[in-house]
Design a protein around this ligand. Structure first.
Ligand SMILES: Nc1ncnc2c1ncn2[C@@H]1O[C@H](COP(=O)(O)OP(=O)(O)OP(=O)(O)O)[C@@H](O)[C@H]1O
Ligand SMILES: [Mg+2]
Length: 259
């Protein structure tokens, strides 16, 4: 079976993906990998809300998503950012097609805590049919992190979590979180390899904070027999060369990295 790589492109980095990033993507595809992209959009959603004078509130790091905020998030994620990424991929010679997680019933979710967080969801099911159809046609599927509810509402989903759910559903062999830093940093040095135990400690001591927390949590949750390692890489530089990938590698245990 073909190897499948799921990339989560951070909203922090979609504006500044480098030529080297796209070169790395070409390299993955030339090595026979099927590539699926899930993207975020935090900074662009913030900018749109500000320009529209819509107030937002963060509760425990999650954006309270009122109906008005959801409409803006959907417009920015499925419209602006999704199309920006598809255009950039096409410009660099890839066939790409953008979808929102709701399209084709790809992502189904439920409210995390409707009272507190409004329309923020967690994913309960992934239907991979549309993704597989696009892959078979030679397209890179580019997915905006929106999910449908069972009763046809829309939910705003954390993009790191959405990427992990897509990777699990596709039985992906690699999950890469592409962000605006070169990996997990400790005292300004990139950590080459780490494990869930070490990550828990780094969250406890505050070395890992902010947006890196949902990312490492999604990474840990997605580790499985099929997906033995997850990487955090930079979108600003080349992340893949020959068979190696540069950034922070997360595995279940230290021995897993020595295979
Ligand atoms: N130990 C750490 N090492 C590296 N980055 C860290 C660390 N702790 C916190 N961070 C923060 O995590 C950020 C990356 O997460 P962030 O959520 O901002 O980006 P993203 O997930 O790529 O984008 P988006 O959330 O819009 O999809 C870094 O820019 C950095 O500020
Ligand atoms: Mg983030």
């Amino acid at each position: 079976m073909d190897r499948t790589v799921v990339l989560k492109c951070g909203g922090s980095t979609v504006d500044e993906l480098s030529g080297d990033f796209f070169e790395s993507l070409h390299e993955l595809i030339s090595h026979g990998h099927r590539v699926v992209i899930v993207h975020g959009g935090g900074p662009a959603i913030n900018a749109a809300l500000k320009s529209m004078n819509v107030q937002t509130e963060f509760i425990g790091g999650q954006r309270k998503t009122t109906k008005q905020v959801l409409d803006v998030a959907e417009m920015v994620l499925a419209g602006q950012i999704n199309k920006q990424l598809v255009r950039a991929l096409q410009q660099h010679g890839f066939k790409a097609a953008g979808i929102a997680g709701c399209d084709g019933g790809t992502l189904t979710g439920e409210h995390l805590n409707e009272q507190e967080l409004g329309h923020v969801g967690q994913i309960t099911a992934v239907d991979d049919h549309l993704i597989e159809t696009l892959l078979k046609g030679g397209y890179i599927p580019v997915i905006a992190p929106l999910a449908k509810t069972k009763d046809h509402g829309t939910l705003n989903v954390n993009a790191d979590t959405a990427a992990a759910a897509v990777a699990s559903a596709l039985g992906a062999n690699q999950l890469l979180f592409v962000t605006d830093v070169e990996g997990i940093m400790k005292e300004q040095v990139v950590i080459q390899h780490t494990t869930p135990d070490e990550i828990a400690e780094m969250i406890g001591t505050g070395i890992i904070s902010g947006g890196m927390i949902p990312k490492v949590q999604a990474a840990i949750k997605s580790l499985s027999q099929t997906l033995k390692e997850v990487m955090i890489v930079s979108g600003k530089r080349k992340f893949a060369s020959e068979a190696s990938i540069f950034g922070t590698k997360i595995t279940a245990g230290k021995e897993a990295a020595l295979k």
